[in-house]
Design a protein around this ligand. Structure first.
Ligand SMILES: [Zn+2]
Ligand SMILES: [Zn+2]
Length: 140
């Protein structure tokens, strides 16, 4: 994902767009809120991009199919690069950690249920909310 991808998506390769794309690509946690991205910029200190701009760019990316937006139950909107590979999420309500998983049985069951109802499934998302193992061991 680089300048070329922005062009393909019909977006000009502006500095904020490139920087936000780069941050999403290089961050070890694939799921970032606008605030997370803002924090990376603040910490690295090399570029001055406001939170409002980050939101705007992320929304543009979403419309262009570059990122997916998740709205988690704790009210956060989290973005991740859309690699076109389906997966579901587990969200820790304490630390906000997001883990990904894919389970063939779950996927298959959903297809069967949709079929049973004569429903044409276009997409689905499954979120499991709870407390991650890290937070559990810390509270002991
Ligand atoms: Zn946690
Ligand atoms: Zn994900």
């Amino acid at each position: 994902m680089d300048k070329q991808n922005l062009k393909q998506a019909g977006l000009k390769a502006t500095l904020p767009r490139l920087k936000i794309l780069e941050t999403l690509e290089n961050n070890p946690d694939a799921h970032m809120s606008a605030e997370d991205i803002y924090k990376v910029f603040m910490d690295s200190n090399d570029i001055d991009i406001g939170l409002a701009t980050i939101y705007r760019v992320l929304t543009q990316f979403e419309s262009a199919g570059i990122v997916c937006r998740h709205r988690f139950e704790d009210g956060r909107a989290v973005f991740e690069l859309d690699h076109g590979k389906h997966h579901d999420h587990m969200v820790c309500m304490q630390c906000g950690d997001v883990a990904e998983f894919v389970d063939d049985v779950i996927e298959q069951r959903q297809r069967e249920i949709a079929q049973k109802f004569g429903f044409q499934m276009t997409d689905h998302c499954l979120y499991i909310y709870g407390i991650c193992s890290n937070c559990q061991s810390q509270s002991k």
